[in-house]
Design a protein around this ligand. Structure first.
Ligand code: CP
Ligand code: NVA
Length: 314
């Protein structure tokens, strides 16, 4: 099986990857997925260890990375703040230097994105961002792969994200810019993605031809959307803002009404976990329009492709 050669040693943001690299990761993902479906051996990382640092909770990221590395013939180490000296003040750079002597790659889920960068800068082994306050590259890769495997192309994709301009929105915006996908982000005023991220995405579009639209008007944004996506209004670490955000975000949810304004074959996406009845109505999540659980499944397959590409021959 051809494993893509990536220029980057780490996956800290989707912008570490080029268009061609993402498409070759998708091709590998399809092949790895079909190995699982056909029960074919694909142990491309025998004896390799992935350390998984979790400073925040997780269902999908933990289970898909741990299962993924196992299916590739390696093993995952689940490490949370109660079991690491990191939780008692050991620095991220010392942790990086020590891990570099034991394991073959590190996945980290954390708060400040700076911690991911610091880990990568001090590691001799690949570092994968499993979500920071700013980015969620594995999620965006999964989402675009889910569209790609349905349509066999990304051409003609018009993605509408409604809700909070958060880590998931940032990675979708940058990923869409790289992949030439038209994306609208509809958020309440002052909850848009950060200016520097919008600026970075805009610069990338000069090459890819993607169109970016940041708005607070959902109605205008819904027109022609063939994928509509949302995420929780209150991300991990923002619990104190819950009451305020719940009021402000009320109309930024995927409901039947909004779906009726989109293209008639529009499909519904969510990175999960979902708060049913808040950012998305439960009946829509469970309807034939939802590809939410395909996205969740594909976390396993795309992350295996990412691990193979970063860890093989390293
Ligand atoms: N989408 C996602 O990253 O889910 P978890 O928080 O369960 O890992
Ligand atoms: N924006 C959410 C994504 C969870 C996968 C959060 O950061 O909590």
């Amino acid at each position: 099986m051809r494993i893509p050669v990536l220029r980057t040693n780490h996956l800290t943001s989707i912008t570490d990857l080029s268009y061609d690299e993402i498409i070759s990761l998708f091709e590998l993902t399809s092949r790895l997925k079909s190995c699982v479906k056909k029960n074919k051996k694909h142990a491309y990382l025998p004896g390799k260890t992935l350390a998984m640092i979790f400073e925040k909770s997780s269902t999908r990221t933990r289970v898909s990375f741990e299962t993924g590395i196992f299916q590739l013939g390696g093993q995952g180490l689940f490490l949370d703040m109660n079991s690491l000296q990191l939780g008692r003040g050991e620095t991220i750079s010392d942790t990086a230097r020590v891990f570099s002597r034991y394991v073959d790659a590190i996945m980290i889920r954390t708060f400040s994105h700076q911690r991911v960068i610091e880990l990568a800068n001090n590691s001799n082994i690949p570092v994968i961002n499993g979500l920071s306050d700013t980015f969620h590259p594995c999620q965006a890769l999964t989402d675009f792969f889910t569209i790609y495997e349905r349509n066999k192309t990304l051409k003609g994709t018009k993605l509408l994200y409604i809700g909070d301009g958060n880590n998931v929105a940032n990675s979708l915006l940058l990923g869409a810019a790289i992949l030439g996908i038209d994306i609208t982000i509809a958020c309440p005023k002052s909850y848009e993605p950060d200016k520097d991220i919008i600026e970075k995405a805009s610069i990338i579009t000069l090459n890819s031809g993607a169109k970016i639209n940041i708005t607070s008007s959902i109605d205008e944004a819904a027109e022609n959307a063939n994928y509509i996506y949302t995420d929780v209004w209150i991300s991990m670490g923002q619990e104190k803002e819950a009451a305020k955000k719940k009021k402000l975000f009320k109309k930024y949810k995927i409901s039947k009404e909004i779906l009726n304004k989109c293209a008639k074959d529009c499909l519904v996406m969510h990175c999960l976990p979902a708060h049913r009845g808040e950012e998305i109505d439960a009946e829509i999540m469970d309807s034939g329009r939802s590809i939410i659980f395909d996205q969740a499944e594909n976390r396993l397959h795309i992350q295996k492709a990412v691990m193979c590409s970063l860890m093989k021959n390293k």
